[in-house]
Design a protein around this ligand. Structure first.
Ligand code: HEC
Length: 169
C-alpha cells in the first residue's frame, strides 16, 4: 500500500474515533444543565435542590400545589415532611396509595426517579421542598438517601403507604 494511503487510513480512523467518542458521550455530559439525567446539575451549586425540583414540578407544580385529581400537593404533605426515609423512598421507587382506603389520589400512582437522579440531587430537592410553600421540615442528607438506595437495591415497584409505615415505624 502506498504511503499516502496508509496515512489517509490512519487519519480517517483517528477522526472516526473522535466522532465515535463524541456520539457515545453519556447523556449527562451531552445534555449537562438541561436534561434530566442523574448528575445533570453541578453538585456544588447552592441552588441544586431548586434546580433538580424541575423533575417534580410538572406534576406537583412549581408552587407545590399539585394538580387536582392527578398529583397531590407537596405543600403540607405529611409524606414529604415526615420521616426522611419515606420521602427518599418515594422519590427513589415511587408511591402507590391507590389501594389505601380513603386515598384522595386513587386514579394514578407515581413512578420512581432513582435512575434519573443522584443521591445528592434527591437529598437537595427534598430539602428544598421540605422548606418551601409553608413546609418546615429539616434538611435531608445525601447519606440518608444512599442508605435507602442500598438497603432496597432490588426494589423497583412503587411503595404502598403500609410498606412505608412499616419501614419508618
Ligand atoms: C408524572 C407525575 C409525577 C412526577 C414527575 C412526580 N410525582 Fe410525586 N406523585 C405523583 C402522584 C400521581 C402521586 C400520588 C400517588 C398515589 O397516591 O398513589 C405522587 C405522590 C408523591 C408524594 C406523596 C404525597 C402525599 O402526601 O400523598 C410525594 C412526597 C411525592 N410525590 C414527591 C415527588 C417528588 C419529590 C418528585 C420529584 C423527584 C415527584 N414526586 C415527581 C406524581 C408525580
Amino acid at each position: 500500500m502506498p504511503r499516502p494511503a496508509i496515512i489517509a487510513i490512519v487519519l480517517l480512523s483517528l477522526v472516526g474515533g473522535a466522532v465515535g467518542a463524541w456520539l457515545s458521550l453519556p447523556p449527562s455530559a451531552a445534555n449537562a444543565g438541561s436534561a434530566p439525567f442523574a448528575g445533570s446539575w453541578d453538585p456544588a451549586d447552592p441552588r441544586l435542590g431548586e434546580k433538580a425540583y424541575v423533575m417534580c414540578q410538572g406534576c406537583h407544580g412549581a408552587d407545590g400545589r399539585g394538580v387536582p385529581g392527578y398529583a397531590p400537593a407537596l405543600a403540607a404533605s405529611r409524606w414529604l415532611t415526615g420521616p426522611p426515609e419515606a420521602a427518599a423512598l418515594i422519590v427513589l421507587h415511587g408511591f402507590d396509595s391507590t389501594s389505601e382506603p380513603g386515598s384522595a389520589y386513587v386514579s394514578s400512582r407515581m413512578l420512581g426517579h432513582g435512575r434519573q437522579l443522584t443521591d445528592a440531587e434527591i437529598a437537595a430537592l427534598l430539602t428544598h421542598a421540605r422548606a418551601s410553600w409553608g413546609n418546615q421540615a429539616p434538611a435531608i442528607a445525601a447519606g440518608a438517601v444512599s442508605a435507602m438506595r442500598s438497603r432496597f437495591s432490588s426494589r423497583s415497584a412503587p411503595w404502598s403507604p403500609a410498606e412505608l409505615r412499616a419501614i419508618t415505624r
